[in-house]
Design a protein around this ligand. Structure first.
Ligand SMILES: Cc1cc2nc3c(=O)[nH]c(=O)nc-3n(C[C@H](O)[C@H](O)[C@H](O)COP(=O)(O)OP(=O)(O)OC[C@H]3O[C@@H](n4cnc5c(N)ncnc54)[C@H](O)[C@@H]3O)c2cc1C
Length: 508
């Protein structure tokens, strides 16, 4: 016999995570289930999640959002990947593009064949030249992928850069139109059921008491319910991900909108540059053990390519994750569940994943622990694979110009990551431990970009004639070049198809 269904969900927090949770619940749940979202006017949102992964498109399309309307209302631009500058060593430049380096040949990844060609020809062009996303980005071109059959015209993917505050507001309108009730109030107390330790209600400063069956904690770093009330515990990853501070500042946009995020390594961290239609978002992520805040602010402001539109805003965090994101009748989503750091723009994708997993493992009022265990298992794999991918960026440095980079080069890393790096270094093979996480081409971009040159390659690629292989790579290069040259400029594409209106009150 099935248990009593959930009849009331209380979401605590109205940042990106809160509204990204409310929107799909409002779309999918039986209308007999009430969804209430509580957000405090006195506690702001973090508001800096501006770069995304391509998975955001699946999230948006599952909601049935109108793609053009979403872009216009959130001041979005297209993102083909991330340009890395000064990572690995000062003067280094590489691109992590969304997509592969050509089609597989006889079931072997294109990079294996490239390794063979590079072993035979010291002047072989860089592998990046076969990444359609990278060539588009270098040339500031954009058009969406086209066609169903495998071809260079659809051998790339894209995400977005958007204004996180506008995105949350967009989803708020969506969710409220579908019945989500919003309460603007400060929660001052969390009431536990003395018999089973479940959350019974949250109490508001104005005296109201809001009961619920299921509580979703989207309260940000503070983890008001999951940690404050339920003491889930936190695994601190700062030994291997030492950045713990950020300064964020918008600046005036420049004429050309780059279809990519830029990440520039600095002496105690790195700086992001994210182009939006109305402004450019910038931030300096650093470790306060290796830089003062004043020095970090100076570095940030010096690295802007437009006039600062505000004072830099300080943010502090501890990298890591909640030991359990689902405890009793409380599920933590967003920063309350953990924060790996924004280097590969993974936080919003972790929210998408967690919301999907909650819907997949949606409980009844009996809250069978197996569902929570499964949710926690899935989340744990995902967070740890993101963690390892990010650690790789730091660990593989050859920079010795600052104490921070010397620390990163010498820090211990998880065994699984050590294995991934060594396997690639010795044999050119990539092992992906999380099939839903970063894929083989992403690992290759990073490993090669950071200077890991495989000592050998898969011997099975040897039976293809070398000349035949060369011709294939040459033809592909020509076809990518010709195709990208015919694509519209990214800035023109946006102006023509998805221009956003002016933002009231924005100083530009
Ligand atoms: C420096 C930095 C850069 C980042 N860049 C990116 C990026 O490029 N891409 C990406 O994907 N992610 C990025 N992130 C992460 C991203 O910002 C977050 O994942 C996202 O904003 C979700 O935040 P949140 O909703 O969990 O928390 P918050 O935005 O902090 O929202 C918390 C909410 O809880 C409410 N609340 C808290 N306490 C109470 C209370 N007592 N009563 C009532 N309400 C309460 C607040 O009012 C607020 O509405 C970045 C994060 C940082 C720190």
């Amino acid at each position: 016999m099935s248990a009593k269904p959930i009849r009331k969900i209380v979401i605590v927090g109205g940042g990106t995570a809160g509204w990204m949770t409310a929107a799909p619940l409002s779309q999918r749940l039986d209308k007999a289930c009430e969804v209430v979202l509580i957000e405090s006017p006195d506690i702001g949102t973090i508001g800096v999640g501006e770069a995304t992964l391509p998975t955001i498109r699946f999230y948006n399309s599952a909601l049935g959002l109108d793609g053009a309307d979403f872009i216009k209302k959130t001041q979005a631009t297209f993102k083909l990947g991330i340009e890395f500058k000064d990572w690995g060593h000062v003067g280094n430049r590489f691109f992590h593009g969304f997509g592969d380096f050509g089609p597989a040949i006889e079931n072997r990844s294109p990079h294996m064949h490239w390794l063979r060609l590079a072993a035979a020809d010291k002047n072989m062009r860089p592998l990046e030249d076969w990444s359609v996303a990278t060539v588009m980005a270098r040339n500031l071109r954009f058009t969406p992928p086209a066609g169903d059959r495998p071809s260079p015209t659809n051998a790339f993917s894209y995400g977005f850069h958007f204004d996180a505050g506008l995105y949350a507001a967009y989803l708020r309108d969506y969710a409220m139109q579908r019945g989500v009730k919003r309460i603007e109030a400060m929660i001052t107390e969390v009431e536990l059921n003395p018999e089973n330790g479940f959350i019974a209600a949250v109490k508001l400063r104005d005296g109201r008491r809001i009961e619920g069956d299921l509580f979703v904690d989207c309260s940000g770093f503070r983890g008001l319910l999951i940690e404050g009330a339920l003491k889930a515990g936190y695994d601190d990853w700062s030994e291997q991900l030492p950045c713990n501070s950020a300064l964020a500042v918008p600046c005036a946009k420049v004429a050309k909108l780059t279809p990519f995020t830029t990440s520039t390594a600095k002496s105690a961290g790195w700086q992001w540059r994210i182009p939006l239609q109305h402004r450019t978002g910038n931030g300096h992520v650093y470790c306060d053990g290796f830089s003062t805040d004043d020095e970090a602010a100076r570095v940030l402001l010096e690295g802007l390519d437009g006039r600062a539109l505000d004072e830099p805003r300080q943010l502090r965090f501890t990298t890591g994750r909640r030991r359990k994101s689902w405890v009793k009748n409380c599920v933590a989503i967003g920063l309350s569940a953990g924060f790996v750091e924004p280097l590969e723009s993974t936080s919003i994708s972790l929210i998408e994943f967690a919301v999907g997993s909650l819907i997949q493992n949606f409980p009844d009022c009996d809250f069978r622990p197996e569902l929570a265990n499964e949710f926690n298992r899935q989340l744990s794999i995902r967070y740890e694979s993101v963690r390892d991918f990010i650690i790789m960026h730091y660990k593989l440095t050859k920079r010795t110009d600052s104490e921070f980079w010397r620390y990163c080069a010498n820090m211990p890393i998880p065994e699984s990551l050590q294995h991934q790096i060594e396997l690639f270094r010795e044999t050119g093979r990539v092992v992906v431990l999380d099939p839903d996480g970063f894929s083989v081409p992403s690992f290759i971009s990073l490993l090669i970009g950071l200077g890991v040159t495989p000592k050998s390659y898969d011997p099975f690629v040897n039976h293809i004639g070398l000349e035949h292989l060369r011709t294939h790579f040459d033809r592909l290069l020509d076809s990518i070049g010709g195709m990208v040259n015919a694509m519209p400029d990214h800035t023109d594409y946006i102006a023509h198809y998805v221009p956003a209106g002016p933002v009231p009150g924005l100083a530009v």
